[in-house]
Each structure stands twice: as C-alpha cells, then as structure tokens.
Design a protein around this ligand. Structure first.
Ligand code: NAD
Length: 353
C-alpha cells in the first residue's frame, strides 16, 4: 500500500457544554473581535449572543445554502470598516461555508461550532455559487483552526434534518474507504465512523438515550469530516454535487437517498473496502450494506426517492452526462449510460438489489 499522510494543525474540543469555552478559544488565538456568522435562526442568534456577550463582536445571520456570492458580498459589506480579527461560524455547512469564503478573502482564522453532521468544519474544502454554478476547491486558509463539538447544541436539531445530515456524514465514511488516496488512518476513522453513525442514529432521534446516542453520531460525523478532508470522494459525491448544483436538490436529503444506490453500484468492485463498509454496518456480508443503507431511510423517516425532492425524470440523463464530464476515481469504471439504472432506482425510490 502506498500512501501520503498529512495532518494539518487544528484544535478540536468535544464535549457537552464546550460551546461556553468559545470566548476562551478566541482569546487563545490572540483575537478579541470576532465576526460571527450563522443562519437566520432566532435560537442560534440567542446562543451566540449569550456566549460572546463579554466580547466586542458582531453577528451576521445571512448565511445560505451553497454559499451564494451575494451572501459573501453582503457579509463583507457588513464587516466593512470594523476591526474584526477572527471569524466564528455557528451552525451547519451553510454558515461554515460562508466563514470559509470570508477567510479566503480576509485571511482571518475560523473557529467553527457545528450544529449538524455535515463535516465541513474539518475540511479545507470551500464552495461558492455564482450565476447558478457551484465551484469547489481546497485551500488551507479555509480550514478552521478550532472546532467546538457540543452535543447540547444538537438538542434543537429536528429529526427531519438530523437523520439525513447523519447519512451525509455516513457517505463521507463510505467513499473514503474506497478512495484511491485512502490511508491506514482514514480507513480506521471511516469504518469507526460508519459503526458509530449506524449504531446510534435511530436512538439519537428519539427515546431515553437520545443525548448519549447524539454524542455517538457526532463522534462518527467528526470522523466523517476528517476522512472527507484526507481523501477524494467518488461517484456518490459527484452525483449529489450535480443534483444539488444543477437541479437545486437539497444537500443532505440527496446524499441520503443516493447512498444506497451507489453502494449497490460499486459493491462488487470495492473488495476490501466493501468488507469494511459492511462491517461498519454490522453485517459480514458486503451484499447487505446497500439494503441496510436503504432501510435506514425509512428508519429515520426520510424520503427515499429523488422524485419527492422535486427532481424531474427528464433531467436524469443530463445528470448522468454532467456527472461524467470530468474524470475522477471510483472503484467501478462507468459511462453516462451505465448510470441510468442507478439514477432511475434513486428517482423512484426502489430498494437496491
Ligand atoms: P445547513 O447549514 O443549511 O443547515 C440545514 C438547516 O438546519 C438550516 O435551516 C439550519 O438553520 C438548520 N439547523 C442547523 N443546525 C440546527 C440546530 N442545531 N437546531 C435547529 N436547526 C438547525 O445545511 P448542512 O446540511 O449542514 O450543510 C449543507 C451545506 O454544507 C451545503 O452547501 C454543502 O455543500 C456544504 N458542505 C460543505 C462541506 C465541505 O467540506 N466544504 C462538507 C459538507 C457540506
């Protein structure tokens, strides 16, 4: 096995209540005037205000999905003329994505406080959307310096968002295991991430062990973010990127629906990785993993068909075409025509064989 392993410096604090250490972490970076960014939710604004009150700070709550260029310009105009020395992102992939775009423009360090399982906080991957086209890239300036994982912040996350967001994290672990640039550390994290997410997800959404199970899913999502940063994703992410970027489908829901179908598609071509994926899903049979991923959708009350997210059947061919325009690594080689049955199954919500 040949591999390249790098581990950029960053600080991760995990635990119930660590959000209250935000001010201390800002000061530890030598900063004193944060620009906080979040989505327009009253609850997250109140939380940020309660923790940052002792500092001079300002709060921009205009983060939106897929980082539209206008939201970056609005945030920069908001920041104009004020001596901010760091960025604090509180929320899901949307505010963290906005903070990354701002870090690229200003060079300021980011402290990320995730409240979904999307994993962006652990990666140097940035994205932005201009004129309806989403572009992504990697830049170390976009990698948060400090991440605070506080399971208490997940108590308000509705099950309808939490379930699919966790499946988004699961997809990071799955694709990392068969990535061409996987390494022994990413393999360990990815398999453990699958085990933690599949083993805790249902209990994290409801029931007496919700708090403990949420911490389990969050540890798995952290591992998902780590391996997303270390490896290059394959077919699943390309398809979801196309479905979100070109047809406006919602990020986490789309990842959740497409995952079982890509697992079935790649299954026989992913040998050892597939055995690890199956083990993470709690089965010794690699053939069962796709079915288990599909059954998770009903288990968490999520939609299982792209048609129910607003996809049009006439756009499936274009999706296959767009998703095969650029070359990327995937265990099973394919052409646009090979993707037709996969996309149709995901469109109608059929259980993969
Ligand atoms: P999101 O940040 O838009 O959050 C989804 C919804 O959940 C929002 O309405 C938000 O207000 C709400 N929410 C978040 N936390 C909450 C909480 N604790 N309680 C109540 N409501 C809460 O969506 P997301 O799925 O987290 O992120 C998707 C975005 O992140 C996409 O743009 C995607 O491309 C990007 N992303 C980037 C990377 C990367 O490495 N760059 C990785 C994953 C996702």
């Amino acid at each position: 096995m040949n591999f390249l392993f790098t581990m950029p410096e960053r600080r991760v604090l995990f635990g119930r209540g660590v959000f209250s250490r935000l001010k201390e972490e800002i000061e530890r970076l030598g900063c004193s005037f944060p620009l906080a960014v979040t989505t327009p939710s009253k609850r997250s604004k109140e939380k940020i205000e309660s923790v940052l009150a002792p500092l001079s700070y300002a709060l921009f709550d205009g983060a939106r999905m897929h980082v539209p260029e206008e939201s970056v310009e609005e945030a920069l105009a908001f920041a104009e003329g004020r001596p901010f020395d760091c960025l604090v992102a509180v929320g899901g992939g949307s505010p963290i994505g906005l903070a990354k775009a701002l870090a690229l423009r200003t060079g300021l360090p980011i402290i990320a406080v995730p409240t979904t399982y999307a994993g962006s906080e652990m990666t140097p991957i940035w994205g932005r959307t201009e004129g309806g086209v989403k572009t992504t890239g990697r830049d170390d300036k976009a990698l948060p310096k400090v991440v605070l994982y506080d399971a208490e912040l997940y108590a308000s996350l509705p099950a309808s968002i939490a379930g699919v967001s966790a499946m988004n994290a699961l997809a990071h672990c799955v694709e990392a295991l068969y990535a061409e640039n996987a390494n022994p550390v990413s393999d360990l994290f990815a398999e453990e991430g699958i085990r933690l997410i599949t083993g805790n997800l249902t209990a994290s959404l409801d029931g007496p062990n919700r708090e403990e199970a949420t911490e389990g899913v969050l540890r798995g999502a952290w591992m998902g973010g780590m391996v997303l940063a270390m490896t290059t994703m394959g077919l699943h992410h390309k398809l979801c990127h196309t479905l979100g970027g070109s047809f406006g489908l919602p990020h986490a829901e789309t990842h959740a629906i497409v995952l079982p179908h890509v697992l079935a598609f790649n299954g026989e071509y992913a040998g050892t990785a597939m055995r690890k994926i199956a083990r993470g899903f709690g089965t010794s049979s690699p053939k069962d993993a796709a079915g288990r991923a599909y059954d998770m959708l009903s288990g968490i009350g999520a939609k299982n068909a792209l048609k129910d997210l607003g996809m049009r059947i006439e756009d499936l061919e274009k999706t296959a075409d767009l998703a095969t325009r650029n070359k990327y690594s995937n265990p099973r080689p394919f052409t646009a025509a090979d993707l037709a049955p996969l996309l149709e199954n995901a469109f109608w919500g059929r259980r993969p064989e």
